[in-house]
Each structure stands twice: as structure tokens, then as C-alpha cells.
Design a protein around this ligand. Structure first.
Ligand code: ADP
Ligand code: MG
Length: 708
């Protein structure tokens, strides 16, 4: 069922109606809601409360504190409602009440502001008893509630909900309003056929979808919003199934039956390559190379991910894979996210292939002036003619203008910087393209299954022999003088130093240390030492010069933004300083740290933090000091900051889960996977799949399948 056509079924059109159809939502509000929540009813239904409060926790006028929600019975004693006055917008009405039972001497004022509050006369009558519920305020020693959320007759206490969901708010929208429109929306949910199978519903005691959505917005007890409640769990399972279906569909889309390549396992070319390598491959590298070779020579196209911590030696695996692929005369590409990396890979690979007399080609975007337009169009022509076999480049490799003669392998390095879209696009550049994606961000298993469920996974678990642990220090920014003097000593002894600062310009926070400023500071501080600067806003030539100066040791310090995060390989660099380390994700720092420790020399990483750092943030940084294993670090990141932090923003577009928390719901991934398979196998489930994928269409993979 690889050719499922995903389209929104009629039954659920209502879920995609505009929020403007809800009463109380005018043009102004629509704009606010669309920006923050989304355009459709379904987006509103998926806007979740972050907590709920017990309305009846405080029922005593004597015990309630300023700011608490108070719900209590009072007797109306005096009513002051001024006449309608169109000139006074904030005309105040005051209802004076006193508590009941043993609080008869405690006064509570209920106040309202507005031009016309005449309607209050119907609600309050002197001598009546009412239940009021709202935020209690202590106003100059007088207790009051302004605009209570509920006022009901003493006999109608039941009309006040026990629990109130609290939503994250934004400008122009308050709790009352959001609650009101969500509940209106819930009433509009159409009748949708159940998509979960009976066994699952029974096994987990799951209510239907409608009930779950409704209950999450109208919790009846403290546990309803808990991630483990059956309501939340069912919604999470639905989402995981949608995710797994889309993963399987993408796999079907990419993975094809192909002709088996002729087997050249003892090729002279590859033997020749091995004998020219300056080092021995590790056992792990050999194992992974064989896995890939197996895929290349099988009758199905490869869809494989290679995970290997920074510095584990993935590049060489990529090169050998490309050599294996081109033995039959076809082409292979290596796609990377940044130009710096493309150029670096190009240079490394050119050197490696020199003894074989194979010349790789570099392909960058049109606007880049590494070569003139004529050269570029020449390259493009040679790619089309099949004269060039190995091409290294950026996104330019998938641009419409590039036509391959016979592309058989695409290696994508630093996959976390790309989305699922690029993965599919590159496979569409040839008939049977094998895909190998490589990532240095180790991905916890639960994430791998949901983000890369469509791929086979290989892991490079050991680093080349002789690598030393990187000494990591977590220091306050106030210690900078000491850092500078130890760096100076190290440089005199031959070290090269990376100095990383958080982003420039794009950031609104003026307290961010701009790399430019830091660069000038370091230049002034080290009069006799050359300092280079590198960041994303420089042009190609400037950037390349900085990189080369640093590589050759001409300059000793490279001040950089996170442009150097991925892949940069300068083995002589042994010190990494990261300023405002608290602003980075742990996995990201681990990546940056991986730029050093690439030789057999001692390396260190110095994490500087702002002095007023919270103890939580501080212990977060300490995780890095204590862990060298990228897998462990990314588990921590997943726990602390969520999948976006590990996968990067592009990749996590695929994983913006609404209901799933991978830490809590990971045990349901296999269940979801199983269900997804069954549904795809069953012709009758086509409609259900359509409903499910439509409901969760706010997901990269699904959008892609729909051709969006
Ligand atoms: P990453 O996995 O981070 O992409 P690289 O491929 O850049 O790592 O490799 C890091 C460094 O290790 C490179 O300088 C590379 O030449 C070297 N290297 C790779 N494999 C080995 C090996 N088996 N023995 C020694 N050095 C190796
Ligand atoms: Mg790399």
C-alpha cells in the first residue's frame, strides 16, 4: 500500500473550519489566535492546558491568600451599581457580601468595571446567598474578587467545575476566553469513526477520541492532565501511530527494488585505497563498512543511518562507501549542511583519492564565487554526462538544475541539519539511489524510532585508538583572566584554540557577547598572537581565509559562532572555550567539544557561564563534565529540553509532538509501530489512515507525503 493517497476525508472537514466561525472570535482575535495556535479548529483543540487548579481548594475567607482561586458561599448585603455612564469606561460596581456559617463577620467585595453593569441587578439581590468563584485579592486590607469566573445560586454549586485548566496565555487572550472558545470547539467535533482497533481499546481501557479531547480541556481531577492518564495516553498513541504510518510510507517511497550491482568485493581500487590510508581502520569502522556494502549490493535500495559520536571517523566510512558505489560506473554524492564543511570534506577527500587518480568535484550554491559561472556550468554538464563520479556539496546538490547521469549513492552528513524532505529529494535524483545519512548527534532509541523509524541504523561506537578524554571545566565568566593566561601558556606550547560565542545580530538580547567584540578583545589581549574570526555572515572568501589560517597554525585562536559546530576537523586544535555555555543545548556543546580531542594530545574544553546562573543550569553543565558518551548526554537533553534540542530545528519539525512525551510514552512506540503496520496492510483501513494523518498533518513527514 505504498501508494496511499492522503487526503482529508469529508467527515472531518469541520475540524478544519476557521476559528472565525466561533462566536466571540472577531477579526482581531483571529489574527492573534492564528499566529499562536493555528488557523483551524483542530489546532485549537490541540492547544493544551499546562496545568489545572482545584477551584475548591480554598473555601474559607479566613484562610485564602492574595492571588488564590477562592470558591465560597456568601450572602449579599449591599449592592452599589452606578447608573449607565457612557463616558466612564471603568465605572465600578461593588457588591458587598459576607461569609456564611462561622465566617459571618468576614466581608468579601465583588467588583465589576464597565460602562454598563445594569445586568448585575439580575444576578445579585440583597439577602440572597450565592456561590462565587474567582481570584481572591487583598485590596488595602479588604478582600475582593473582581469579575468572578462563576456566580451561581447556592443550590447550583454543581455548575462550578471542580477543576480549571490553565492555558499558556499570550497577548490579547485570557483564560476565560480561551476556555470558552475551546469548549465551543469541542461541541463542534463531528462524529468520527474509531480508528483504534478493539483489542487496544479494551486492553488500555481507552475512551474514544472525542471524550479524550474533551476531558483534557475539562479535567475532573488532578490526574486527568497527567501524562499517564488514559486520556492523554490514548492521544499520545494516536499521534505515535500517525508518526509510524508516515515513517513507513516514507520508507516505501524511498526504498525500492533495484537491480543487484555486480559484486566487486576484491576490487583493486579499494585495496589500493586501503593500502594508502595513513591509519588502520577500527574494527567498528570495518563492520559498518561491510553493512553498507551489503546494502549497496542487495536488491533493495539502502535507507541507512550511521550514528557515530563526534570524532568516531565517519568521513572515511563515507568515502569507502562512495568508492564501493561507483565501481560500476555510477555516481555518488556527499551532501553536507554548510559550505565550510563541504570545502573541508572536499579537500580531505581529494587528498585521500589522489593515489587512486579519482578527482572529486565540489558543488556549492550559485551565488558562491569559489569558481566562476563558466566553471560551474561546466561542472553541471559533466555531472549530467556522467564524467564526474564523486560530488561533494551543499543543498545545491538537490537543486532542480542538477541532473545526474546515474546517481547510485547519496551520503548525507550531519543529517540533523536537514529535514526528511531533503532525504526524499535526493533519492528522486536517480532511479535507485541508496541513501546513507550520518549523524554525530547520538539519538536515544525512542527518538530514533520516531524520527528515523524509516531507517536501518548502524552505530560507530568506538573512537580511533589513542584518543584521550577531553578535560572539561565548568567555570564562571568571572574567571576569564585566569582562562586567558592559561590559554596563552598553552599556545606558547603549540596549542590551537577555538573560542565559541553565542549568536550575533539575530538575537534580540543585547547582553549576548557578539563575536566581533570578543574577537577585538582577544586581539588586543594577545598582542603577539594571531586571532581569526569566523561566522555565518561572512562571505566565502573571508571565511575560507580564517579557516585556512587556523588550520595552518598561522593564527592560533579561531573566534567562532556555532558555524564550526558540525564536522570541522583540525586535529592540532586542543582547546575549546565556549562562552555563555548555558545558552547551548548539551548535545550541541558535546558537538562543539568534539572539535578538539582529535589527536593523541591532551585536550580541554572550558565552559564559561554567566555568574548568576541557577543551580539547575549549573548542574546541567556539569553533566558534560562527567560524561563523554554522546548517547548519555543526548538522553539528558531529551529529558531536559525535548527532541528539538537533539535533532535540531529542521529535523524536529518532524517531531513536534502534541501529546507524546518520549520519556513517558516510549513504551508505546512498539505498539504504535505494530498498529501502523497492520493498518497499512489492511485495505479497509485506508480511510482511518486518512483521518489520522489529517488530524496530525502538522508534521513534516506527513506534509511531505501529502505533497505539501
Ligand atoms: P566524524 O565522525 O566526527 O565525522 P571524522 O571522520 O572527521 O569524524 O574523523 C575524525 C578524525 O579521525 C579525522 O582526522 C580522521 O582522519 C581520523 N580517523 C578516522 N578514522 C581513523 C582511524 N581508524 N584511526 C585513526 N584516525 C582516524
Ligand atoms: Mg563528520
Amino acid at each position: 500500500m505504498s501508494n496511499v493517497i492522503i487526503k482529508r476525508p469529508k467527515e472531518i472537514f469541520e475540524l478544519f473550519s476557521s476559528l472565525g466561525n466561533l462566536s466571540g472570535v472577531g477579526e482581531k482575535k483571529i489574527n492573534l489566535l492564528e499566529k499562536k495556535i493555528g488557523p483551524y479548529l483542530i489546532n485549537l483543540l490541540f492547544y493544551l492546558p499546562h496545568k489545572s487548579i482545584n477551584r475548591f481548594q480554598y473555601m474559607s475567607l479566613k484562610e485564602v491568600n492574595h492571588g488564590d482561586i477562592l470558591t465560597c458561599e456568601v450572602e449579599v448585603v449591599e449592592i452599589n451599581i452606578p447608573p449607565f455612564n457612557f463616558r466612564k469606561k471603568n465605572n465600578m460596581s461593588r457588591i458587598i457580601t459576607f461569609g456564611l456559617n462561622n465566617e459571618k463577620n468576614v466581608r468579601l467585595d465583588i467588583v465589576y468595571f464597565g460602562q454598563n453593569t445594569q445586568y448585575l441587578k439580575n444576578i445579585y439581590k440583597v439577602g440572597n446567598r450565592v456561590f462565587v468563584s474567582g481570584k481572591f485579592e487583598n485590596f488595602n486590607g479588604l478582600g475582593q474578587i473582581a469579575h468572578p469566573d462563576y456566580v451561581v445560586k447556592a443550590t447550583e454549586k454543581k455548575l462550578i467545575p471542580l477543576f480549571q485548566p490553565i492555558y499558556p496565555l499570550f497577548y490579547g487572550i485570557n483564560q476565560k476566553f480561551i476556555s470558552k472558545i475551546i469548549n465551543q470547539g469541542i461541541k463542534k467535533i463531528p462524529l468520527i469513526p474509531e480508528w483504534l482497533n478493539k483489542d487496544i481499546l479494551i486492553k488500555y481501557k481507552f475512551p474514544n477520541w472525542h471524550t479524550c479531547i474533551s476531558r483534557i480541556h475539562n479535567p475532573e481531577n488532578n490526574d486527568d492532565l497527567n501524562l499517564n492518564s488514559i486520556f492523554r495516553k490514548r492521544l499520545a498513541l494516536d499521534e505515535l501511530i500517525a508518526n509510524q504510518i508516515s515513517m513507513l510510507l516514507i520508507k516505501n517511497k524511498i526504498s525500492k527494488i533495484k537491480e543487484i550491482k555486480k559484486c566487486y568485493s576484491n576490487s583493486e581500487l579499494i585495496e589500493n585505497f586501503y593500502s594508502n590510508l595513513p591509519f588502520e581502520l577500527t574494527g567498528n569502522q570495518i563492520k559498518v563498512i561491510n553493512e553498507i556494502k551489503g546494502d549497496i549490493h542487495s536488491n533493495k535500495t539502502m535507507v541507512r543511518m550511521l550514528q557515530g559520536d563526534v570524532g568516531s571517523g565517519k568521513t572515511i566510512v563515507a568515502v569507502i562507501s562512495m568508492l564501493n558505489a561507483i565501481l560500476d560506473g555510477s555516481q555518488a554524492v556527499l551532501m553536507v549542511p554548510t559550505e565550510i564543511l563541504a570545502i573541508q570534506h572536499f579537500n580531505t577527500i581529494k587528498d585521500l583519492l589522489m593515489p587512486l587518480k579519482i578527482e572529486p568535484t565540489l558543488l556549492l550554491g550559485e551565488s558562491r564565487s569559489v569558481y566562476d559561472n563558466k566553471t560551474r556550468s561546466n561542472i553541471i554538464k559533466q555531472i549530467e554526462d556522467g564524467e564526474i563520479k564523486i560530488i561533494i556539496g551543499t543543498h545545491a546538490l538537490i537543486s532542480k538544475k542538477i541532473i545526474y547521469n546515474n546517481l547510485s549513492l547519496a551520503v548525507i552528513d550531519e543529517q540533523h541539519r536537514f529535514g526528511v524532505k531533503q532525504r526524499v529529494e535526493i533519492t528522486e535524483k536517480g532511479n535507485n539511489v541508496d541513501v546513507l545519512v550520518m549523524t554525530a548527534t547520538p539519538i536515544p532509541r525512542s527518538l530514533a524510532l520516531t524520527a528515523y523509524g524509516d531507517m536501518d541504523i548502524s552505530v560507530l561506537s568506538e573512537k580511533p585508538i589513542g584518543r584521550k578524554l577531553i578535560n572539561t571545566y565548568v567555570l564562571s565568566q568571572t574567571k576569564i583572566a585566569e582562562v586567558l593566561s592559561s590559554i596563552e601558556r598553552a599556545i606558547k606550547a603549540g596549542a590551537l584554540v577555538y573560542w565559541v560565542c553565542p549568536l550575533i545580530e539575530d538575537s534580540e538580547n543585547s547582553d549576548l557577547i557578539a563575536v566581533n567584540e570578543r574577537y577585538n578583545f582577544l586581539k588586543n589581549n594577545f598582542k603577539n598572537i594571531n586571532v581569526s574570526l569566523i561566522h555565518g555572515k561572512q562571505n566565502q572568501i573571508e571565511r575560507e581565509k580564517s579557516m585556512n589560517d587556523f588550520k595552518s597554525g598561522e593564527s592560533k585562536i579561531l573566534v567562532a559562532t556555532t558555524v564550526i559546530e558540525v564536522g570541522v576537523d583540525v586535529p592540532e586544535a586542543t582547546i575549546m572555550v565556549i562562552e555563555c555555555a548555558e545558552r547551548f543545548g548539551l548535545a550541541q556543546i558535546h558537538q562543539l567539544r568534539g572539535r578538539v580531542g582529535r589527536s593523541n594530545k591532551e585536550s580541554s574544553c572550558i565552559l564559561l557561564y554567566n555568574s548568576n546562573l541557577s543551580s539547575i543550569a549549573h548542574s546541567r553543565l556539569k553533566i558534560l563534565k562527567e560524561n563523554d558518551d554522546g548517547f548519555k548526554i543526548s538522553e539528558h537533553d531529551l529529558e531536559l529540553r525535548g527532541p528539538g534540542e537533539i535533532l535540531g530545528s529542521k529535523q524536529s519539525g518532524n517531531l513536534e509532538f502534541k501529546f507524546v512525551d518520549l520519556h513517558i510514552h516510549n513504551h508505546m512506540i512498539p505498539v504504535a509501530r505494530d498498529e501502523a503496520r497492520k493498518m497499512l496492510e489492511n485495505e479497509y483501513d485506508k480511510e482511518k489512515i486518512n483521518v489520522l494523518l489529517s488530524i496530525f498533518e502538522n508534521n513534516d513527514a506527513i506534509r511531505l507525503l501529502k505533497g505539501g
